[in-house]
Design a protein around this ligand. Structure first.
Ligand code: ADP
Ligand code: MG
Length: 378
């Protein structure tokens, strides 16, 4: 059970039905966010992330349910009374104000004494290394600098929660990486709760303590990045985060171990810790690309044979796509020296699986595209 004092934000059965829309944008979601946590809403476009964030900010009101911050339902409070920081994708700075005045604005609005404003704005600009740019106007700044100003303005009044909606979406890859580390550092130094929205799974994994995966207005899974990667509860989560090899087959007991029967042959799962209940019927077992090994075609311990379709050199590792005899495509990642040298497309290889890392996807046999948009039961 969560200690109440640790909880900063709670969604209780929150829904949003926009007038005229066929499906709810957000469908009865429950969520608990702990103080100081870095939480990311991750999901494809249209899955309800922005609507959820805007209900916290107060720009959208829920159709039903409660949103609780520090123990009180805030749904009747206008945005400015919620005292939350907000950063949008488009910088939304005041163009006619200098950087300094932009950052000072929330403090002026709150009637903070002048000397205190000077002190806090200077400290906030220092925090994001913009100390020398106070006199500039937004148009005199790069996109990355503008977004740092927006971040500073959202933090300067010490809000309990900072909300960010795809704040790095308009920046190029290199700048995005730099700002990601900056945001992580600021989170560490300030220790306040960050709620971040992105459709980019790598960004979500790199930044967050906890990722909330959205699909069609429902939460599919909530967990730490490694938990979502290693133990996805749905096929959708397995496919949305990182690369996945989802093998359809039947799990069978074989003495004290298990066997996955597939169209391409049985895969012995020695050392696999099976869940307590393996349901009867078809199963879907996940192997991540680093859990598949390519060997020589004569390897007697190989469990499948396959043909190499693609080899991509990525510097420190290779990404190889092979196709099994029955036509199942597998993505393999090998770091220097774990695959036979000079793989060529068209070549026949053996395939082994790292059995301990197999993961039975609980909702596996149901394809997410045909599943109802309700949260899975655990
Ligand atoms: P995301 O941020 O994950 O891309 P949104 O929360 O913006 O998703 O949208 C969720 C769903 O609600 C989408 O189907 C979208 O078209 C719809 N939607 C968003 N805003 C509005 C609005 N103001 N009026 C009607 N429908 C909306
Ligand atoms: Mg959005």
């Amino acid at each position: 059970m969560v200690n109440d004092a640790d909880v900063v934000l709670e969604f209780q059965q929150v829904s949003k039905h926009y007038p005229g829309a066929e499906h709810p944008a957000v469908d009865e979601i429950d969520l608990v966010v702990r103080r100081g946590e870095f939480v990311t809403f991750l999901g494809p476009s249209g899955s309800g992330k922005t609507t959820s964030l805007n209900m916290i900010a107060g720009f959208v009101s829920p159709s039903s349910g409660r949103i609780v911050i520090d123990g009180s339902d805030i749904c009747d409070l206008p945005p400015y009374r919620r005292n939350l920081g907000m950063v949008f994708q488009n910088y939304a700075l005041f163009p006619h104000m200098t950087v300094w005045d932009n950052v000072a604005f929330p403090l002026v609005e709150r009637k903070v004494p002048k000397a205190e404003i000077r002190r806090r704005v200077a400290a906030a600009l220092e925090l994001v290394h913009l100390g020398g740019l106070g006199k500039r106007y937004p148009r005199e700044l790069s996109g990355g600098q503008q977004q740092r100003v927006a971040l500073t303005r959202a933090l300067v009044f010490d809000p309990p929660i900072l909300l960010m909606d795809e704040p790095l979406g308009a920046l190029d890859k290199k700048l995005r990486d730099t700002l990601q580390s900056e945001i992580r550092r600021v989170h560490r130094e300030l220790g306040i709760t960050f709620l971040f929205v992105t459709h980019d799974q790598e960004e979500a994994m790199a930044l967050s303590d906890t990722v909330v995966v959205f699909e069609r207005g429902a939460i599919q899974q909530i967990g730490a990045p490694d938990e979502l990667y290693r133990r996805p509860r749905t096929r959708f989560v397995a496919e949305f985060l990182g690369e996945s090899n989802l093998l359809d087959g039947h799990l069978e007991r074989a003495g004290d171990t298990w066997l996955l029967r597939t169209a391409d042959g049985a895969i012995p799962l020695d050392g696999w810790s099976a869940p307590r209940d393996v349901p009867p019927g078809g199963h879907c077992v996940l192997f991540r690309p680093e859990d598949v090994r390519i060997t020589g075609p004569e390897d007697s311990a190989a469990v499948w044979r396959a043909e190499v379709r693609e080899v991509v050199y990525l510097g420190s590792e290779e990404r190889i796509v092979v196709s099994s005899e029955s036509g199942v495509s597998l993505t393999v990642r090998t770091s220097g020296g774990t695959a036979p040298r000079r793989l060529r497309t068209g070549q026949t290889v053996g395939v082994r699986f790292v059995a301990q890392n197999a993961w039975l996807v609980p909702d596996g046999p149901v394809r997410s595209t045909t599943a109802p948009a309700a949260a899975p039961t655990s």
